[in-house]
Design a protein. Sequence first.
Length: 138
Amino acid sequence: MHDAVCCVRNLIRDPRVVPGGGASEIAASLAVSHSADLVSTVEQYAMRGFADALEDIPTALAENSGLASIQHVSDARAAQIAGGSSHGIDCMQSGSTDMWKQNVYESCASKVQQLRLATQVVKMILKIDDVISSTDYE
């Protein structure tokens, strides 16, 4: 009950919504992958890894729905590339991957917070890895 009240409170504070069903993660993954193409240093590998990790969320959503995850994520990605960032995983098998048409939404504030936290965790892991690997070679 507390979580439901907090969700309502958050939507009153910031009423913006984004498409659900993994559509936001796929769109972010495509954007990060495109940005990685523009980077010529070794950082592009970290960017591609982050883009791949973002696609794990819609993959898990498809698997938990009993769908062929690779096929459905690929279909949603292809639909986004063809036009429109609102295509996600059709968990209800309604025949449409457009999350706006299916009325599947997520709070924009919670999605932004999820991405911030994920980025912070990756940064912490990379810092720890950098400290450990620099002492291994001295």
